[in-house]
Design a protein around this ligand. Structure first.
Ligand code: PDD
Length: 287
């Protein structure tokens, strides 16, 4: 695998980062995960807008302009051919001469790293089985809108769900369901979709926004509003969205079936519309 590190494309096992890098010492950095279908990056501008927002939030200078980001990411895809893939990119505050919580001097350059990972298309049986999720207290900080590499609570919460026999954690803050450990949340009640508004409590998911747009374009009723835990637990359908997992139906929550325990009718409609969107993207890519 060829990766990108600080200006060069090189084999992954030759890529080296200093042990003084602030990403390594402090988790002081941000990241993006961008899917590519038919070699075309999905919603690159929106991902780069969010990257900018995350960098601003941490007061890290954006080391590349838009054209340069495009060049790096498309260059990586060219060097790592394949079907559906996602690009992971990470920017840290760089490596200073000594470990110090305070920011390093301005001449310290941010570290830029990017790599490509295949997106495994889930088999129809597992799509049909859906995701089993558990609700846990949201133990993260108060700037969940920043896509920081500091992911300890997310890691621990996801693992807690896996240890309990599930696949994802749904997080609860002040009595409200916010999002998954690595995904955004939608519920459906009486045919109406609800997803929490984009504020400091959730990551502004690109897939979430796409689902909202698809719903609007197809006159499917959707509101952006808080989701009290009681509404989550009483929902007819629960979904999770992310760049790598797309739109997943949650079929079991805290050990109890959601609806009849199978992906619901509104999810089925959205799943088809989402796959259509991807197919159009592939067609454009193929010219
Ligand atoms: N995670 N919420 C959280 C906390 C996330 O980590 C993610 C994505 C999302 C969904 O965002 P998007 O639709 O833009 O992928 C929501 C990525 C995929 C990850 O950490 O690997």
């Amino acid at each position: 695998m060829i990766v990108y590190l600080n200006g060069s494309f090189l084999p992954q096992d030759e890529a080296r980062v200093s042990v003084l890098d602030r990403g390594f010492l402090f988790g002081d950095g941000v990241y993006e995960v961008i899917p590519a279908y038919g070699g075309r990056l999905l919603r690159l501008d929106q991902h780069l807008d969010r990257l900018e927002h995350s960098l601003d939030g941490l007061r890290i200078r954006n080391p590349c302009d838009r054209a340069r980001w495009r060049e790096i990411l498309e260059g990586l895809l060219e060097r790592n051919p394949g079907d559906d893939r996602s690009v992971y990119l990470q920017v840290t505050r760089g490596a200073a001469a000594k470990r110090d919580h305070a920011f390093p001097p301005p001449e310290v350059e941010p570290t830029v790293f990017a790599m490509v990972t295949p997106i495994a298309q889930p088999d129809p049986a597992s799509v049909e089985r859906g995701v089993h999720a558990f609700t846990y207290d949201d133990t993260r900080w108060s700037r969940c809108d920043i896509k920081a590499i500091t992911l300890l609570p997310n890691v621990l919460l996801r693992q807690q769900a896996i240890d309990a026999g599930g696949q994802e954690a749904i997080l609860i803050r002040d009595g409200l369901a916010t999002e998954g450990a690595a995904s955004n949340l939608f519920i459906v009640r009486n045919g109406v979709m609800t997803t929490p508004p984009k504020d400091h409590r959730v990551l502004p998911g690109i897939t979430r926004d796409l689902v909202v747009e698809i719903a609007q374009a197809n006159d499917l009723p959707l509101v952006e509003a808080d989701i009290p835990v009681a509404d989550l637990l009483a929902a007819d359908e629960v979904w999770l969205t992310s760049s790598t997992k797309e739109v997943m139906a949650v079929t079991e929550l805290d050990g109890r079936p959601v609806g009849d325990g199978r992906p619901g009718p509104v999810w089925r409609r959205m799943h088809v519309l989402y796959q259509d969107y991807k197919a159009r993207l592939r067609e454009v890519a193929a010219g």
